[in-house]
Design a protein around this ligand. Structure first.
Ligand SMILES: [Fe+2]
Ligand SMILES: [Fe+2]
Length: 344
């Protein structure tokens, strides 16, 4: 009884008391907008999948291509479930109204991503029932993280950026037309989720000490290491789908640099040219050598040494993220367009 009387309130009655700088007010505005955009751009997963199958036919692939696609998309399928759970954890725990709204709309999006991917993989054949060790460990780390900054950096800024990289790559390589079209829908949603992380994480980090920031970046490095490990494990599957893993890596790094610049520059950190990106590049040179160094171990080590000092980094390109927001999609709010599409 006494512990019940002394227990902490479960509702944050002081949620509107937080003082906000002009910059923070602007960021919270953007978070609120993510929620409204999520509502406006929500698409009906069942109808869109049916529409794409009617247009392109039921997905049919030879056994080997199907297996390669299933291996790559096992990560996406279970990654979407993890994203659903992690955004639900955040929806419960984030206190500022606008951030809570934005991540609540993400929960809705991730539920759609999970069931649509499940339905698509069922059409293709078997739904992957398990996941390799590295992505399992990676997703588990974020699910178990108690610190909100770790969760947001891990999910919204790392996993979502990697997912955007895979979606764009599959859309361009088109191993199967229904899936390639579906990727536009996923990209539109995931870009908003990355946006939430970019707007909210700096506010969570503003009072962190240097040591706390270093620990956060070390968490990010571990996530990166597990991602690289898995990329290597599925390199042959990418190859079978006509995708060069080195290109995926370069696209992923370019997106990560843009995300890191836009997130951390307000905190005075040059994270887009920092140690995490350097490690990304070093691992890239050693695991996925470029056409110039492939087969020449010494040249690979020389390239890795340059990469460690961030010598051959491309410029940060804002368009890396903008591309995902430009796809035309049929939303649940555009019934007439949808009906016309179905009738044709
Ligand atoms: Fe998703
Ligand atoms: Fe997402």
């Amino acid at each position: 009884m006494r512990s019940f009387l002394r227990g902490k309130d479960q509702l944050a009655y002081d949620m509107f008391d937080m003082e906000r700088s002009a910059m923070e007010a602007k960021r919270f505005n953007k978070c609120e907008n993510i929620y409204h955009q999520g509502q406006k751009l929500a698409w009906n997963g069942k109808e869109i999948l049916d529409m794409l199958v009617a247009e392109h036919g039921k997905p049919q692939l030879d056994v080997e291509t199907r297996h390669a696609l299933q291996r790559v998309f096992a990560i996406i399928l279970w990654g979407e479930l993890a994203a659903w759970k992690i955004s639900a954890q955040l929806a419960d725990r984030l206190e500022p109204l606008e951030a809570k709204m934005a991540v609540t709309s993400q929960v809705h999006d991730e539920a759609r991503h999970f069931y649509v991917m499940h339905d698509y993989l069922s059409l293709l054949g078997d739904v992957p029932k398990t996941l390799d060790y590295a992505p399992r460990k990676l997703l588990d780390m974020i699910l178990r993280a108690d610190n909100l900054a770790y969760k947001i950096l891990g999910m919204q800024l790392m996993v979502e950026t990697l997912a955007l990289t895979i979606f764009q790559t599959i859309r361009l390589a088109k191993p199967e037309p229904v899936l390639a079209e579906l990727m536009k829908y996923y990209e539109r949603d995931e870009a908003r989720h990355v946006g939430l992380g970019m707007q909210y994480l700096p506010m969570l980090m503003k009072d962190m000490s240097k040591l706390e920031i270093a620990r956060l970046f070390s968490f990010q490095t571990r996530i990166l290491a597990f991602s690289m490990w898995e990329m290597k494990a599925i390199e042959k599957d990418f190859q079978h789908l006509g995708i060069d893993a080195r290109e995926v890596l370069e696209r992923g790094r370019a997106k990560q640099m843009t995300v890191m610049k836009q997130t951390f520059e307000s905190l005075g950190l040059d994270a887009e040219r920092g140690p995490v990106i350097a490690l990304f590049s070093v691992a890239g040179e050693l695991l996925f050598p470029s056409a110039e160094t492939r087969g020449d171990r010494q040249a690979q080590w020389r390239a890795a040494w340059r990469a460690l000092r961030n010598e051959d980094l491309p410029e940060v390109n804002e368009a890396e993220l903008e591309v995902h927001e430009k796809h035309e999609i049929i939303t649940a709010n555009t019934p007439r367009v949808r009906e016309k599409h179905l009738a044709s």
